[in-house]
Design a protein around this ligand. Structure first.
Ligand SMILES: Cc1cc2nc3c(=O)[nH]c(=O)nc-3n(C[C@H](O)[C@H](O)[C@H](O)COP(=O)(O)OP(=O)(O)OC[C@H]3O[C@@H](n4cnc5c(N)ncnc54)[C@H](O)[C@@H]3O)c2cc1C
Length: 453
């Protein structure tokens, strides 16, 4: 890499200027927890090679990250455990720090006289706040790189989009330029003095205080497992995606969202493999619509709507209609504890909730029904939103994600949707019920399958 690679350069932007130190280039890994296909790591390596600096990856482990519990930590730590040795093979350092980046990183950067800092782009509030606080606390140049969106979120659009129909043409215009193969990292030419200690995942897991949900056993964590799961999907199941994805009784979806959420698999690698699979464009279209358009729309919503997890983040028409139906009588009302324990009157809803608790993943079609029923069976939309977010974040392996906040806001608050025929409680928010599900798939078979698991 003796000259700048434009494809790498355009994935990042400077967030703060500063004075370069004499030590390593430091990459603060957070959303993209992988070695391969990681634009931020490539970006940091390019900078380190040009400046003849060593390269160090730092991960800050926050033991009480909001909403995260043992289920999430175990998946994440097992994935992280693969990284130190892999990075050592290519002469890149790895250091795990315990504490929030705001508390532990400024001192660390000072002690190692860091040359500059690179971090992952993330639209969620806590990460934006950390970034702002870090900006004020460090003195080296600071950059962020978007390794999650095929097209960096700020390039696709500089404003909150109304829906898929407004972001789609923007993505279409740019996607051929950005949906490329991703270069490999090189063996880093400058030596680094770190020992890339093994991650003691069991010891670290003992420090996690929120243990409400345990590990899932149907999905192997980590970058290697994520790549294998991707290959299995592209080679064997992509062909039936369009026909089977809305049927929870079939394994029609890719099942890859936990890997994408933890950054153990690069969305762009997945999109690239899919687009080169040789299958007909009509077959690829449905999957790429979800993986690129819908997913990047979710990042757009969280980036530009500060109230992405609140009633105030709903579009005006949705706020108005929910307001008008605030006093409507509800057929049933449940507390958070009753929802959590799957104690509603509807067998399908209870099966969904149990599925989520047991497996840490609910089928995409059922996620909409699940959230909409929470709206129907709570006293007000604010409460529905709060409960849906708590339960989704607590039990979904892929929870605490822009896709989750946006999916829930779509289901309960009409975000990225349009007004439908008015009815009680929902107003003009799109309605779903068990009868509709029965028209789509064998509901009893689904309920039985959850009971047996
Ligand atoms: C109420 C509700 C809550 C949701 N919570 C989450 C969540 O916490 N985390 C999460 O990743 N997704 C969430 N989604 C979006 C979607 O349901 C999941 O991404 C999808 O079901 C994940 O399974 P999969 O990887 O097998 O999907 P596939 O159908 O195989 O899709 C592949 C990838 O495309 C993206 N994708 C698919 N559907 C959507 C969508 N509607 N919006 C944005 N991106 C999409 C995801 O990255 C997904 O992994 C939620 C949707 C709703 C309606």
């Amino acid at each position: 890499m003796d000259r700048r690679n434009i494809d790498i350069d355009r994935r990042g932007r400077q967030v703060a200027s500063g004075k370069r130190g004499l030590g390593s280039v430091v990459y603060l890994m957070s959303r993209e927890q992988r070695v391969d296909d990681n634009w931020a790591l490539l970006w940091a390596q390019q900078e380190a090679i040009i400046r003849e600096k060593a390269l160090l990856v730092v991960f800050c482990l926050v033991a009480d990250y909001p909403g995260a519990n043992l289920r999430h930590y175990l998946f994440m730590l097992k994935g992280l455990a693969e990284l130190p040795a892999r990075l050592a093979e290519i002469n890149i350092g790895f250091k795990l720090l315990e504490g929030s980046p705001v508390d532990v990183l400024p001192g660390f950067l000072q002690r190692c006289d860091a040359h500059l800092l690179v971090c992952d782009f993330d639209p969620l509030r806590i990460k934006r706040k950390w970034q702002e606080q870090l900006k004020a606390a460090i003195s080296v140049p600071f950059y962020e790189v978007d390794g999650h969106n095929v097209i960096p979120a700020w390039i696709t659009s500089g404003k909150k989009e109304y829906g898929a129909y407004t972001i789609r043409p923007k993505i279409k215009r740019l996607v051929d330029q950005y949906l490329t193969d991703i270069p490999a990292l090189q063996r880093h030419p400058v030596e680094i003095e770190t020992d890339n200690l093994k991650i003691a995942e069991d010891h670290l897991a003992e420090k996690i205080s929120d243990r409400i949900a345990g590990a899932v056993d149907w999905l192997q964590p980590g970058e290697k497992a994520g790549q294998e799961a991707m290959r299995d999907f592209v080679d064997n199941r992509l062909i039936t995606y369009s026909a089977q994805r809305n049927n929870p009784c079939l394994k029609g979806q890719s099942g890859l969202s936990p890997y994408l959420h933890f950054g153990q698999l690069a969305p762009q690698r997945l999109a690239w493999q899919v687009s080169r699979s040789g299958l007909a464009p009509a077959i690829l279209g449905d999957f790429l619509e979800e993986l690129i358009v819908r997913r990047e729309l979710a990042d757009n919503f969280c980036l530009y709507e500060p109230a992405y997890d609140r009633f105030a983040g709903f579009p005006e028409w949705a706020q108005k209609t929910l307001q008008a139906h605030r006093q409507d009588p509800r057929d049933a009302l449940y507390s958070l504890e009753q929802f959590e324990a799957a104690q509603t009157h509807e067998g399908l809803w209870n099966a969904c909730q149990r599925d989520l608790v047991i497996h840490g993943k609910l089928h995409g079609y059922l996620r909409m029904y699940w959230a909409k029923k929470i709206l129907e069976w709570t006293i007000e939309p604010e409460e529905a939103l709060e409960y849906a977010i708590i339960l989704n974040d607590r039990y979904s392996l892929d929870g605490r994600d822009a896709n989750g906040y946006t999916g829930i806001a779509w289901s309960i608050g009409g975000v990225h949707d349009r007004a439908w025929r008015e009815r009680p409680v929902f107003g003009k928010i799109r309605y779903m019920n068990e009868a509709g599900c029965r028209r789509k798939f064998d509901v009893d078979c689904y309920i039985r399958s959850v009971r047996l698991s």
